[in-house]
Design a protein around this ligand. Structure first.
Ligand code: ZN
Ligand code: ZN
Length: 445
């Protein structure tokens, strides 16, 4: 570089008439100024450093940056673009909150959820005082896209990227620079990692004298169950849960809105347990999040899953449940309908697992959705009609040819059970029971 060529600057000091180059990375978000060496010294610049801000000040600053970022996104256009990239499957954008901790220092993340249950991550630079020139920020996005595309045919685990846009591009109507990516490959990696840490009992962890061990299972997603177990074999676990549900339904403690259908659901479960468990084999159990609907995943600066939160109710469960279809790849509307079977997203995750060499885990993921439907049961807060549809889907899950008359099938399935008479009486009173919201009770969610 010759003497008469100026050194490239990110910024010029904002102090009136200064004109000196701003120190890179030292722009002040409190007074919104770029500062040169001289003006960034404490004698001139009196703003508190980020570390000196009170929690309240910090939260309000971050929230402000986040809402500025979100306000620039043209949400309908973003949804339209994502939908077009995915074969016209509709999707909806969910703004993330500070509590979701989905933002790094410079990047904001939020989820796009598709009607088929798939979930993409939006990455967009945070709108805030920054001395990095816009053309460089855009170059970073374009280069990240190209890098992820380069990695796609390789075995290097990386998010799959579907599209990007640059704010300066006239054809980009979304209003911000962005990347759209899917994180199924990372989820597959997490599954593979979990599969390396089996335990010999089904149940939840607790500590005793500083050591953790598997003890009674910490209820379930809807907190219907009391503490059960631990269990040393999968069929004992599924049987105990089914039996406890049958007791609780007959006692009027759970599924008071549709006791007959719920009783039939667990009667069928209990009768079919032998078809999906293997009593005489060595039994391993694997850690499973109880409510893995996607909002439990936190993403870091690089778009990688950095943490999984809400481990309350986590349990060690048989492989069919740990690695089989779960909420993560479910289509929740379909789960609450008459339509049964693995979803396209289940199959995609299975494909990722196979690509990572986990053929056994992939086999659980795309063979059937027994574990997902067993874990969810008939849900809380649904109508009796929905419960009947879900029961029908549950029957289809086992693939057997069943009588088409649901009521005839229910009595045939249940009437040998000593609890059935009580259940049918409860069923006669259902109209007087009111419903609660879907989703059930969630503690510390
Ligand atoms: Zn300042
Ligand atoms: Zn200056």
């Amino acid at each position: 570089m010759t003497m008469d060529q100026p050194v490239v600057r990110f910024s010029t000091c904002s102090i009136l008439d200064c004109g000196a180059p701003g120190v890179r990375g030292m722009s002040c978000s409190t007074c919104q100024q770029h500062l040169c060496v001289r003006h960034s010294r404490a004698t001139f610049h009196k703003c508190s450093a980020i570390a000196e801000l009170s929690d309240q000040e910090w939260v309000s600053r971050v929230e402000n940056e986040m809402s500025q970022t979100v306000n620039r996104i043209n949400v309908p256009e973003l949804e339209k673009r994502a939908s077009a990239l995915k074969g016209n499957i509709a999707c909806s954008f969910k703004q993330s909150s500070l509590q979701d901790r989905m933002m790094g220092n410079a990047i904001y993340h939020a989820w796009l959820t598709f009607d088929d249950g798939d979930r993409w991550l939006l990455r967009t630079p945070i709108t805030k005082l920054c001395d990095i020139p816009d053309n460089m920020t855009e170059y970073f996005i374009a280069s990240e896209y190209a890098t992820l595309k380069f990695l796609e045919p390789t075995n290097v685990p990386a998010p799959k990227v579907f599209g990007y846009g640059l704010a300066s591009d006239k054809d980009n109507v979304i209003g911000v620079s962005y990347l759209l990516m899917c994180i199924l490959a990372q989820i597959a990696e997490i599954f593979v990692e979990i599969s390396k840490h089996p335990v010999s009992l089904a149940g939840s962890l607790t500590t005793n004298d500083g050591h953790s061990h598997v003890a009674m299972m910490a209820s379930n997603r809807f907190i219907h169950l009391d503490l059960l177990g631990p269990f040393s074999c999968a069929s004992d676990y599924f049987t105990a849960v089914s039996e406890r549900y049958l007791d609780l339904i007959a006692d009027g403690q759970v599924h008071a809105e549709y006791p007959v259908e719920a009783f039939a659901f667990y009667s069928l479960a209990r009768a079919k347990i032998h078809t999906f468990t293997h009593p005489n084999t060595v039994q391993n159990f694997f850690l499973k999040h109880v409510d893995d609907k996607g909002d439990h995943l936190l993403v870091d600066e690089d778009g990688k899953i950095s943490r999984i939160r809400d481990w309350q109710f986590a349990r060690f469960v048989p492989a069919i449940e740990a690695f089989g279809p779960s909420y993560l790849t479910a289509n929740m509307d379909r789960l609450h309908s008459r339509d049964a079977g693995v979803t396209d997203l289940d199959k995609k995750l299975a494909k990722e697992l196979r690509q990572q060499g986990a053929n056994d885990l992939a086999g659980y993921m795309d063979s059937n959705e027994i574990a997902r439907r067993f874990h969810n049961g008939l849900s809380d807060g649904i109508s009796r009609i929905e419960a009947r549809e879900m029961l029908d889907a549950w029957r289809k899950t086992f693939g057997s040819i069943l009588p088409s008359d649901l009521d005839a099938w229910i009595s045939q399935t249940c009437d040998k059970d000593a609890r059935w008479e009580k259940v049918s009486q409860l069923g006669d009173d259902v109209d007087s029971v009111k419903s609660y919201d879907r989703g059930g009770l969630r503690l510390l969610a």
